[in-house]
Design a protein around this ligand. Structure first.
Ligand SMILES: Cc1ncc(COP(=O)(O)O)c(C=O)c1O
Length: 482
């Protein structure tokens, strides 16, 4: 598939296109939009045309236009001397161009005046976005409330609270936030100003691992339109969408990875639409990050939104972070733009997706063997499974639900007390799991169940299996199962 990137106005920023002409339409094979010099352009830019009858066979001197292009080409090289200096908050021109092209390839927002800006990662970008979009309750302020999934990324919750911004959790199912529940919350809102911002993690949500399918995304977007809610789409796990779990397929899959590597088109097409790609109103700010697919320590990501919003974001960044580190940008730009190009980056993401699929399947296999056999022994729950989970379709988290009602002390101890007991037992046995209650959007509401978050992000396969064994033993002990 040849991909045409229409010329884009980058808001007056020199976006460092290496063919030296930002206004040229760039049409390059596959996804590689960054290495954009056609042989003709290269010859023209370098001024090395062969001789002709008019100049007696001697090489022609470059024309003024050719010289200008050559100068521009030189200027557009991002190097250490530039990266060491102060720069614009929007980010280095070359990397800004690359993320803008990437966004166009993946989301292609359906309106003209969208923009990107580099960020210091999604956490910092989210803090800025909250400050831009909400008024806290400090000094008699309104005390806006944002909506989010009922279990949400703990750092996001802790970012909102000190700003005096309230958080209201929307009930979820296996596919994440429930649009009907969100509609009902907004329709029946009586507690001050109705929320105007939704913070959502649509793919491989942290902590539940839930992934919104296309239909779910469209329904949520429709509810946001109905109630005029602005969407912050936080998508660090977007490219970690995985195929279904196959119990028998762990080792085979690893062997097939090379084959899958070839199929970037199918990979990109298999991804659900981003909110940005559905955004007819300019009501979405998307947060992308290099943290989960490249280098967390780069502290680098980007926002995409309408020009108006990005403008405000930048004014804020100028007196806040002053934009991302030049050294980080240099390293990432050399890799993703100059070395890989878009094709290579997508190939890397596909490889990463395959690696995570293998890890996820190892963890799921261990859960099936160690936890799947545990049954509720109390009269009400009968012989039901004690621990349940949904196979994550994206991301790096597995969310385990333990039936607290089947606990022998359920009538005398709260969910949080039993959760703490199991958590401590896990530590004693040498495995760390995260307690579900840590992720509650609204701690004043009762917990809807007892959950533990596990991850297949970093441990070895051997340690994951060991970890689940230990977690299973902690559950057995707590529930006094033989
Ligand atoms: C949902 C979510 N958003 C953002 C982040 C962090 O992103 P960054 O490293 O870009 O700040 C994480 C990391 O755990 C996350 O789970």
């Amino acid at each position: 598939m040849d991909l045409a990137l229409p010329a884009k106005d980058y808001g007056g920023v020199d976006i460092g296109r290496r063919n030296g002409n930002a206004a040229t339409e760039v049409v390059v094979g596959k996804y590689d939009a960054s290495h954009a010099s056609s042989p003709a352009e290269a010859t023209e830019a370098s001024g090395t045309t062969t001789g002709s009858a008019e100049n007696d066979g001697r090489p022609a001197l470059p024309t003024e236009k050719q010289q200008q292009q050559e100068d521009l080409l030189q200027k557009n090289i991002y190097d250490l001397s530039i990266a060491q200096n102060y720069s614009q908050s929007v980010g280095a021109a070359q990397l800004l161009r690359w993320v803008t092209e990437h966004t166009q390839l993946i989301s292609n927002p359906p309106y003209a005046d969208w923009r990107c800006s580099l960020t210091i990662g999604s956490t910092g970008a989210l803090e800025q976005a909250f400050r831009m979009l909400c008024e806290g309750n400090h000094n008699g302020g309104r005390g806006d409330v944002i909506l989010t999934e009922e279990f949400s990324f703990a750092t996001a919750l802790e970012t909102a609270r000190p700003l005096g911004i309230g958080v209201s959790g929307v009930p979820m199912d296996d596919e994440g936030l429930l649009p009907k529940a969100m509609d009902e919350i907004l329709t029946g809102w009586t507690d001050g100003r109705k929320p105007t911002v939704l913070y959502t993690v649509p793919s491989g949500q942290n902590p539940t691992g839930a992934t919104q399918g296309e239909q779910r995304r469209r329904e949520i977007y429709a509810v946001c339109r109905k109630h005029d809610v602005y969407i912050i789409e936080d998508e660090p796990y977007y490219f970690l969408h995985m195929p279904p779990f196959q119990k028998q397929g762990i080792s085979e899959k690893a062997g097939n990875a090379a084959q899958q590597d070839q199929d970037i088109d199918a990979f990109v097409q298999s991804l659900p639409p981003t909110y940005l790609s559905l955004d007819l109103d300019g009501r979405v700010m998307r947060l992308d990050s290099f943290s989960k697919n490249l280098i967390p320590g780069s502290r680098l990501g980007w926002v995409t939104a309408s020009q108006q919003m990005v403008e405000q974001y930048l004014r804020h960044a100028e007196c806040n972070s002053q934009g991302p580190s030049g050294l980080s940008q240099l390293i990432v730009q050399k890799l993703v733009d100059e070395t890989w190009g878009h094709d290579g980056f997508l190939r890397w993401l596909l490889h990463l997706r395959d690696e995570y699929t293998v890890r996820r399947d190892v963890l799921l296999d261990a859960c099936n063997r160690q936890l799947g056999v545990l049954r509720c022994s109390d009269g009400n729950a009968g012989n039901d499974a004690l621990v349940k989970w949904t196979v994550p379709r994206a991301g790096m988290f597995l969310w385990l639900q333990v039936n607290h009602a089947a606990h022998p002390d359920a009538s005398t101890k709260s969910v949080v007390e039993i959760e703490e007991e199991i958590y401590n037992a896990c530590i004693d046995k040498g495995v760390l799991v995260c307690r579900g209650s840590w992720f509650r959007a609204d701690p004043s509401k009762p917990l809807p169940g007892m959950y533990f978050r596990t991850t297949y992000a970093a441990s070895t396969e051997e340690n994951m299996v060991k970890g689940i064994e230990r977690f299973g033993q902690a559950i057995r002990d707590s529930f006094r199962l033989s």
